[in-house]
Design a protein around this ligand. Structure first.
Ligand SMILES: *[C@@H]1O[C@H](CO)[C@@H](O)[C@H](O)[C@H]1NC(C)=O
Ligand SMILES: *[C@@H]1O[C@H](CO)[C@@H](O)[C@H](O)[C@H]1NC(C)=O
Ligand SMILES: *[C@@H]1O[C@H](CO)[C@@H](O)[C@H](O)[C@H]1NC(C)=O
Length: 431
């Protein structure tokens, strides 16, 4: 790094840290804070919200929240691991496990707590807990599933160059044709999260659901060592082929819809542009350009280096924010660490460059079906993006704004409101 371009790292860190001071303001928060660290608050709230679908208990997660420390990724993982491991001991207790149904939600909670424990672990790709915690969450989730009246089927659906990891959930055992929702996440969440958030509610309304993960997403990133790809039709089209062939007797093809969560708002829209068999699409929220959204979160000093194409300086300065002694906000540290891991690159510059391909520019005219586009009051990742998607889609789009206590990104902690709005729109649109 040339002396003339060395940044004042303390100034950079101070700038990055402003996000923390701003967002942790309890006065501005719509609900009680679960941590003074807004990113930890959001992470715990997301886990707690799964309680409505049998995926968590309340007090144990609140107790864990009490023990985590602002900005301390290691303690976060330790505290959540301890909760997960203790809860697992309960699920294994032969007196309690006399009937698998007695410990079904205990296993689901174990899985959820291991997923939360994994959230801030990507700083070191060689850290064995990245694999260990995930193996634990998969095994625990499968134990919970096995005790459901209609367990989901785990599927490996081949694509051109990789395998889509999916779970098929029939609404009922009777094999009648029913409406079917295909559910995908974005940057970081797992398909197992969506069981509690979405699938339980969908099944109660008579919908089948397929949840899936593609490259870059938690299980595929680990099991196939693949980072994100922008051409998401390579993930969704094979999944739809599979469902229409193997589940033909269960799927009402006139009521086949696709849902994209978080960065999945881009991924689902991209897939829909190449997938006329879909009759409706839901984007929570709308994401026109992943690159523009992530760039907007960079401190001005870093943005300047990026725009000037100074890749080495940009990498060095950005990586300094991840130093153990960094005071950069949890949101920035997590965003960069997770992004490098999920896009499978060690260079922050390369990561940001890669995201340039994740845009709806030039393809929105190919999206012919009705599209529901959500935005929310406290959106922190994709600010302004939903409106861009609505503008590009014109009268194909229905806009929904979540505010107040349902106003967090993807309605964290308010999944009842989220699902009743979504299924209201689906019913209105598809019958
Ligand atoms: C996890 O729990 C088991 C049984 O309760 C215990 O023996 C083990 O030491 C715990 N593991 C860790 C790493 O704390
Ligand atoms: C398949 O994956 C390999 C390695 O990741 C890559 O080089 C190749 O371009 C991919 N092929 C297609 C058709 O995407
Ligand atoms: C963090 O520590 C490294 C060396 O361990 C040092 O070079 C760097 O300047 C430190 N950063 C801050 C912000 O103190």
């Amino acid at each position: 790094m040339k002396a003339s371009t060395i940044l004042n790292i303390s100034l950079l860190q101070a700038a990055a840290n402003l996000h923390l001071a701003k967002a942790a303001n309890a006065e501005e928060s719509p609900i009680l804070l679960l941590s003074e660290d807004p990113t930890f608050h959001f992470e715990i709230l997301g886990g707690l919200g799964q309680a409505i679908g049998g995926g968590s208990d309340i007090a144990p997660l609140l107790a864990a929240a009490k023990d985590i420390k602002v900005g301390d990724f290691e303690t976060f993982a330790e505290v959540l691991f301890k909760l997960a491991n203790e809860t697992k001991a309960q699920a294994l207790d032969p007196i309690l496990a006399y009937d698998p149904i007695n410990v079904r939600n205990t296993w689901f909670s174990v899985a959820n707590y291991f997923r939360r424990a994994d959230a801030f672990t990507k700083g070191n790709w060689d850290n064995p807990i990245i694999k260990e915690y995930w193996d634990e969450q998969l095994a625990a989730f499968n134990k919970g599933q096995a005790a459901l009246p209609i367990p989901g089927d785990r599927l490996q659906i081949p694509s051109d160059n990789f395998t889509v990891e999916a779970i098929w959930y029939s609404a009922e055992k009777d094999k009648k044709k029913r409406p079917t929702l295909i559910v995908g996440n974005g940057y970081d969440a797992a398909q197992e999260d969506m069981y509690h958030i979405m699938v339980v509610h969908a099944r109660a309304l008579g919908w089948n659901v397929l949840t899936y993960e593609g490259p870059g997403q938690p299980t595929v990133r680990r099991s196939q060592d693949l980072g994100f790809i922008p051409d998401w039709e390579r993930v969704v089209t094979p999944a739809i082929d599979y469902v229409l062939k193997e589940k033909a007797d269960e799927v009402d093809t006139e009521r086949l819809a696709l849902y994209g969560n978080s960065m999945g708002g881009y991924l689902a829209a991209r897939a829909a542009a190449f997938e006329p068999r879909l009759k409706a699409v839901l984007l929570n929220g709308g994401v026109y350009s992943v690159h523009d959204s992530y760039k907007a979160q960079l401190p001005a000093e870093l943005l300047e280096l990026y725009e000037a194409g100074k890749s080495e300086e940009f990498d060095q300065a950005t990586l300094s924010l991840l130093d153990p002694n960094s005071t950069a906000s949890t949101n920035i540290r997590w965003g960069i660490e997770h992004g490098l891991w999920a896009f499978k690159t060690k260079s922050p510059y390369d990561f940001f460059k890669k995201t340039e391909q994740y845009t709806l520019e030039g393809i929105t005219d190919r999206i012919k079906m009705p599209v529901w586009v959500a935005d929310c009051e406290f959106e922190g990742f994709f600010k302004g993006e939903p409106q861009r998607v609505v503008d590009a889609l014109g009268d194909k789009a229905t806009f929904h704004f979540f505010d107040g206590e349902a106003g967090y990104h993807t309605q964290s902690g308010a999944f009842q409101e989220m699902t009743r709005v979504i299924f209201g729109w689906l019913h209105q649109t598809l019958g």
